[in-house]
Design a protein around this ligand. Structure first.
Ligand code: NAD
Length: 302
């Protein structure tokens, strides 16, 4: 069973993909029970006639028991300028949720989606005491899909001709697009862009969510698909290479901080953290990004 805590825009979109693709049974848990019931009644009509799975909504955390995976997409409020605006209330919320998950499904895998993503991934792992390989923050794959989209628009090429376009580090203003790893039809992307052009793309990726919010209130489908891909990997016992946030213990020179890094995921969670080669400026930017997240963690602890 896949349980999704928080059935707002993002949680409901993830549930819709799971149910309409007959991935597994889905449980929606929301602070306000009616919202969870309403979304589950709607999404239930997308169950394919050949599916053996269903969906239910509740505000009762004890129903988490038996969850194979829990997705956390709950939010205490909106933010407008920066994803860290609600950090204090989001950390308090994640600590409460960690207690419930520990109580009702202590051997589950947890996918975090709520913001500020890296800070919450860190606090969830510390609070729950779960293996760091079972607590995965989903966001770098979304940022990477934005990177891919912007390259494909700039060069008028299909996304299928782009490989290795990764965004690592914080899911926030210090995120780091890795130009040195990206290829278009096998040709190095770095060699096709000067520093100014790279800066423009870097800024566009970081501000993608702000641009999107000029046209609709906030994003939901991109993150839903990126989360679904990881859920499918785990439920169907596949293996998947993807950038995601995890608590680091020395990898990329970072310690006791969560941030987006390339990894392999399988049915047990993170099976490998991949340390890829970065150029000098990317290495510095990634160190700065981990330092920024660490500062946020420290400010929340003081
Ligand atoms: N990781 C990413 O790349 C990414 C992308 C988009 C959105 N997000 C984040 O996902 C989160 C959800 O976004 P949204 O647009 O769906 O928000 P939303 O406001 O539409 O939904 C949040 C839901 O969480 C519920 N909730 C609050 N506290 C709860 C609790 N303790 N237990 C259960 N439910 C609770 C609310 O009642 C609400 O229904 C936000 O933190 C947002 O910033 C992350």
């Amino acid at each position: 069973m896949i349980s999704i805590i928080g059935s707002g825009r993002v949680g409901a979109s993830i549930a819709f993909l799971c149910v309409s693709n007959a991935l597994d049974d889905v449980l929606l848990i929301n602070r306000t029970k009616d919202k969870a019931i309403g979304e589950s009644l709607d999404i239930a009509n997308s169950i394919p006639p050949t599916s053996k799975f269903s969906i239910h909504g509740t505000d009762d955390y004890s129903t988490l028991s038996g969850s194979d995976i829990v997705v956390i997409a709950a939010s205490t409020g909106l933010y407008f300028k920066d994803r860290t605006e609600n950090m204090v209330s989001q950390i308090a919320m994640i600590k409460e949720i960690a207690e419930k998950i520990k109580q009702y499904c202590p051997s589950t895998i947890v996918l975090l989606v709520s913001n500020p993503l890296d800070v919450l991934t860190y606090f969830f792992q510390k609070e729950s005491g779960f293996s760091r390989f079972k607590v995965i923050g989903i966001a770098s794959s979304l940022d990477s899909s934005r990177f891919r989209y912007l390259i494909s628009e700039k060069f008028s090429v299909p996304q299928s001709s782009i490989a290795g376009a990764l965004v690592l580090g914080e899911h926030g203003n210090s995120m780091v697009p890795i130009f040195s790893n990206a290829r278009i039809d096998g040709k190095s992307l770095s060699s096709m862009l000067n520093d100014d052009e790279k800066n423009v793309i870097r800024t566009e990726i970081r501000n993608y969510w702000k641009k999107l919010r000029k046209f609709k209130s906030r994003s939901q489908f991109g993150i839903a698909k990126n989360t679904y891909d990881v859920l499918e990997t785990i439920i169907q016992k596949k293996e998947f290479s993807v950038p995601a946030s995890v608590v680091l213990q020395g990898e990329y020179g970072a310690n006791n901080v969560a941030m987006g890094v390339p990894m392999k995921i399988n049915q047990n969670g993170v099976s490998e953290i991949k340390e890829i080669e970065l150029d000098k400026s990317e290495t510095e930017l990634l160190m700065n990004s981990s330092q920024k997240i660490q500062n946020q963690i420290k400010s929340a602890q003081s």
